[in-house]
Design a protein around this ligand. Structure first.
Ligand SMILES: *Cc1c(COP(=O)(O)O)cnc(C)c1O
Length: 221
């Protein structure tokens, strides 16, 4: 078994254990393997081990990998990084979902380019209130979501966050819980939250997608 396949198996087991602790069916959580900055060969290994959902941060890298791996049937690309309007075309073309929606100009551009098959989207929330971090302030969600919901070509699925790194598990749990409450307040069921560091906690707090990179593909250079 390849190293990636082995790590993937470990993570799947940890996802299943977290689901069991939370009394949730394991199918209620999608494991997105974050492959940014990692070569296509490793994605292929993970795919051969059964992984289908992959996360990429950079639009051009996504475009290039999607072209290179176009033969892998059923592979789903999740675009999880901040996006500029001039790169929207790459995402609109190949993405199964976009997780970092926090700008109306980007939403409008995506909408224009995805008229046929609506793009599932997650609005990003700056849950830790960090300066110079992407994502919307919780107070800004209401008007933003209203505009996004009116756009054809996009399907608003839920909220996403990348909370500030912390060793304090209760603090991390608090951020995830807050995101879950915000999603509920806004009538959304999707929750994209949790990374290598804290995905089990995120699952316990209701994550429907976890985005795990390092634990599957190793440290990024
Ligand atoms: C890189 C990244 C991840 C994965 O982080 P790991 O710590 O490698 O698991 C998840 N979400 C986003 C938005 C990222 O940029």
């Amino acid at each position: 078994m390849s190293e990636v396949a082995q790590r993937l198996k470990e993570i799947q087991a940890r996802v299943a254990a977290a689901c069991a602790r939370a009394g949730r069916p394991v199918e209620s959580v999608t494991l997105v393997a974050v492959s940014k900055l990692k070569p296509a060969a490793l994605i292929r290994e993970a795919y051969e081990a059964g992984q289908r959902d992959f996360g990429e941060n950079y639009a051009q890298e996504l475009r290039d990998k999607a072209a290179e791996l176009a033969g892998l049937e059923g592979l789903r690309w999740h675009s999880i990084g901040p996006l500029q309007t001039n790169k929207v075309k790459y995402v609109a073309k190949v993405a199964h979902a976009f997780h970092a929606l926090d700008r109306l100009d980007v939403a409008r551009e995506l909408s224009k380019r995805r008229a046929e098959a609506p793009l599932p989207c997650y609005a990003e929330v700056n849950i830790g209130g960090e300066q110079s971090k992407s994502g919307l302030a919780p107070e800004a969600l209401e008007p933003f979501l209203r505009e996004v919901r009116a756009l054809p070509g996009l399907r608003l699925e839920g909220l996403m966050a990348l909370p500030p790194p912390t060793e304090d598990l209760e603090q991390a749990r608090g951020h995830f819980r807050r995101l879950r409450e915000l999603a509920r307040e806004h009538g959304l069921s999707g929750l994209s939250m949790g990374t290598t560091h804290d995905f089990e906690l995120a699952i316990e707090e209701g994550a429907t997608l976890v985005r795990v990179g390092t634990a599957i593909f190793g440290e990024r250079g």
